[in-house]
Design a protein around this ligand. Structure first.
Ligand code: FAD
Ligand code: NAI
Length: 466
């Protein structure tokens, strides 16, 4: 069988790339080793974690917020089995949706592990051992990433779990120790804390959410601590001993010193993810990887081998579904001779906790390091009418604008629904807009988004409601 483009992996990068290539008139095939499409994101990542975040937030609201609004209900009881079934329905709905889209776009889907035999030749090995070889003009590698391992600690997905195990615990742990205060640790830590676990987060650095704006991270940590999270920052886990009744986690100061032992029912290892290229045959065809195992590509997503491209978590850049999707569209357009492009300066990032944290563009730390003079406009949700009336006033919006040109360089939001609010900043920045453009754009009242406008006005110290 012969194709214009074969995409290996049907995560958000791969399936989006395949659809865009088909839209552009190419004969396309995808190869996926999982039984369902959608990759990490739909099967064991974005989608299931958001289902549990949604359900556990509602559970917490029913227990704590309803009475104050005059809604009197009995104390909510957790039916974890049903909550996990709710999550599974969300996964199934989404993965079936991808299957439908692939069919609709007349994309051939092969179930099995893909291996590149040579440029233009992909071998597919099915689970039952059958092998077939496909021919193609172009190959796009979109094989994603896998859990990073903590040296000396075995993830058994029972007591010591990765995010995948933490999405399907059969019982709420009494004590949950999370290793890593990154996005996964804080999101899944939130889920289990809301459902009743005592959560301790052990983080190597002296801050949470590295990469996010420092002021935002500091404030966010305070909010999480108020919710009951315990943090051991500047600490490393050196040993995890598991037994019949859970685990003993040895924690030492990152700089060395006296060790402490914490007991846990479940330990979640969430110290990052690594590119996944196992069994692809990269060395055989001469595809280069960097020190971190990421496939090296040029500005057109092409590897060292002509006709073989790579996108998504398996290459450099933030490991985010929407970054993978945009690269999927861009590479399909490039292969079709068009001008595909991704603007890496405007990729939003969202932490779907309560409150949410959302950011796009540069942090204050990055601007300082780059020696760029900037102005700051900040507006708290305590002064936003909608947030006040809903009694969800934690957080603020921060707009960072170039001190000379007023061009918006970064926007950071902590607050309920921050993840929905960040996109007006992304659109503004995509068009090279200024804080004044944002400040002069009429925003509907009463909305939380008015806080974005007010923060933009605060850049020139003319916020109204403060
Ligand atoms: P993947 O989604 O990893 O897909 C790669 C696919 O390739 C897989 O299905 C794999 O089976 C297949 N594959 C691998 N090797 C082969 C082979 N040789 N042959 C055939 N198939 C192969 N990102 C967000 O933006 N928002 C979120 O809210 C979010 N939440 C997350 C929550 C969790 C718990 C996790 C773990 C991740 C989360 N992410 C989130 C990150 C997001 O899932 C990834 O950035 C995204 O899935 C990357 O897409 P991808 O297409 O590059 O790879
Ligand atoms: P991460 O990179 O976000 O965070 C890992 C954390 O672990 C860091 O704070 C790091 O300093 C810490 N760490 C590393 N080694 C350690 C050690 N030995 N001991 C203690 N702490 C250690 O990685 P995470 O949370 O595992 O997520 C993986 C990827 O998935 C991220 O790149 C993220 O972008 C993506 N993701 C995105 C989500 C979203 O967009 N909402 C949700 C979940 C995951």
């Amino acid at each position: 069988m012969s194709y214009d483009t074969i995409v290996i992996g049907t995560g958000p990068g791969g399936y989006v790339c395949a659809i865009r290539a088909a839209q552009l008139g190419q004969k396309v095939a995808v190869v996926e080793k999982r039984k369902t499409h959608g990759g990490t994101c739909l099967n064991v990542g974005c989608i299931p974690s958001k289902a549990l975040l949604h359900a556990s937030h509602r559970f917490e609201e029913a227990g704590h917020a309803f009475a104050g609004m005059g809604i009197s209900v009995a104390a909510p009881k957790l039916d974890l089995k049903q909550m996990l079934a709710f999550k599974q329905e969300g996964i199934d709905g989404n993965t079936k949706g991808v299957e439908f889209l692939l069919k609709k776009n007349k994309i051939d889907a092969f179930n099995g592990t893909g291996r590149i035999l040579a440029p233009g030749k992909v071998e597919v090995k099915a689970e039952d051992g059958t092998v077939q070889t496909l021919e193609t003009k172009n190959i796009v590698i979109a094989t994603g990433s896998d859990v990073a391992q903590l040296p000396g600690v075995t993830i058994d997905e029972k007591v010591v779990v990765s995010s995948t195990g933490a999405l399907e615990l059969s019982k709420v742990p009494g004590k949950l120790v999370v290793v890593g205060a990154g996005v996964i640790g804080l999101e899944l830590g939130s889920v289990w804390r809301r459902l009743g676990a005592e959560v301790t987060v052990v983080e190597f650095l002296d801050r949470i959410l590295p990469g996010m704006d420092g002021e935002v991270a500091k404030n966010f940590q305070r909010m999480l601590a108020k919710q009951g999270f315990a943090f051991k920052l500047g600490s490393k886990v050196t040993k995890v001993e598991t037994g019949a009744d859970g685990a003993k986690v040895t924690v030492e100061p990152a700089a060395g010193g006296a060790a402490d032992v914490i007991e846990a029912d479940i330990v979640l290892v969430a110290i990052g993810r690594v590119p996944y290229t196992k069994g692809l045959g990269l060395d055989d065809v001469g595809i280069e990887t960097d020190k971190r195992g990421r496939i090296v590509v040029d500005a057109h997503f092409q590897t060292k081998v002509p006709g073989i491209y790579a996108i998504g978590d398996v290459i450099a850049g933030p490991m985010l579904a929407h970054k993978a999707e945009d690269e999927g569209v861009a590479v399909a357009e490039i292969i079709a001779g068009k001008a595909g492009h991704v603007n890496y300066d405007v990729i939003p990032g969202v932490v779907y906790t309560f409150p949410e944290v959302a950011a796009v563009g540069k942090t204050e730390e990055e601007l300082k390091e780059a020696g760029i003079a900037y102005s700051v406009g900040k507006f708290p949700f305590t002064a936003n009418g909608r947030a006040k009336v809903n009694q969800e006033t934690d957080g603020f919006v921060k707009v960072l604008a170039d001190a000379t040109t007023d061009k918006v360089l970064g926007v950071h939001v902590i607050g309920a629904e921050a993840g929905e609010m960040i996109h007006e900043a992304a659109v503004l920045m995509e068009f090279g807009g200024s804080s004044e453009d944002l400040a002069r754009t009429c925003h509907a009242h009463p909305t939380r988004s008015e806080a974005v406008k007010e923060a933009a006005m605060a850049v020139e110290k003319r916020a109204i409601h403060m």
